[in-house]
Ligand binder design. Structure first.
Ligand SMILES: Nc1ncnc2c1ncn2[C@@H]1O[C@H](COP(=O)(O)OP(=O)(O)OP(=O)(O)O)[C@@H](O)[C@H]1O
Ligand SMILES: [Mg+2]
Length: 235
């Protein structure tokens, strides 16, 4: 049997308390290349808190984040992006009157100052074709469906170099057909060795492509270790 690859991301005993509530209690888990983890839990279980800690929006009270074997302080989303961590939030952070390319260019500080949107178009088309994330780079965001806006957020994270991608409740805004579409995108990421963590609180939306599988109330789980249950990915 082959040895499992080293984790891209490891959480060790992550704990976060808000006044009157322990949102995350010593959460420990590993995410390896080519794994898709579903983080399941009821409302208020601490899922978003945990993902916000990984993405540097919140700081843990205790615990360690280890990225590619290195202990990493993720003090901000900029630190997370530099470490190859991307997040697709539940509520998208796009400028509605700007085009897709302009939105993505704004997130890519390495693009040239002049006409950054136009220069981003080629990369958007290339990465979009590879992952099946079809979206017109010249369309204004306000013209796009919610599903298309989600694709823009995924493309943005990938073009920023995310190898570890967090999606917060990605299916809650999608039709069943769009969920199948997203599942194919995640399969391609898996094939490319990315690591994906997606949050859901709906058991019937848990997908067969999920690798080792996390399904715990993270507020009460001292650790999360796969497999906890099995699930089906539509299609
Ligand atoms: N900024 C905050 N200040 C105080 N309490 C918070 C804060 N953020 C989260 N909480 C509390 O921490 C707990 C976990 O919240 P969190 O949003 O992480 O849960 P969740 O699993 O994402 O829930 P949902 O499925 O509803 O999105 C809840 O009791 C919530 O009220
Ligand atoms: Mg949440």
């Amino acid at each position: 049997m082959c040895a499992a690859p080293s984790p891209l991301l490891a959480l060790r005993e992550i704990t976060k308390t808000f006044p009157g509530v322990v949102a995350n209690d010593r959460v420990t888990f590993d995410v390896r290349p080519g794994e898709i983890h579903a983080l399941l839990g009821e409302n208020g279980a601490g899922k978003t808190t945990l993902m916000n800690i990984i993405y540097g929006i919140l700081q843990p009270d205790a615990g360690e984040i280890i990225v590619r074997g290195q202990m990493t302080r993720v003090r901000s989303p900029a630190d997370a992006i530099a470490a190859g961590i991307g997040m697709v939030p539940q509520h998208f952070l796009l400028v509605r009157r700007h085009t897709v390319a302009e939105n993505i260019a704004l997130a890519l500080p390495t693009l040239p100052f002049l006409f950054p949107g136009r220069r981003a178009e080629g990369r958007i088309r290339e990465v979009g074709t590879h992952y099946g994330l079809a979206v017109d780079p010249r369309a204004a965001v306000w013209q796009l469906s919610v599903s298309e806006q989600q694709r823009v957020e995924i493309l943005k994270a990938l073009l920023r170099g995310a190898q570890i991608l967090i999606l917060d409740e990605p299916t809650s805004v999608l039709t069943p057909q769009e969920v199948i579409f997203l599942s194919n995108v995640l399969r391609q990421m898996k094939a490319d060795g990315h690591a994906v963590i997606f949050i859901t609180h709906k058991l019937d939306e848990v997908f067969a492509t999920v690798s080792p599988f996390c399904a715990r109330d993270v507020s009460s789980a001292p650790s999360i270790s796969p497999p906890q249950t099995s699930g089906r990915w539509p299609g």
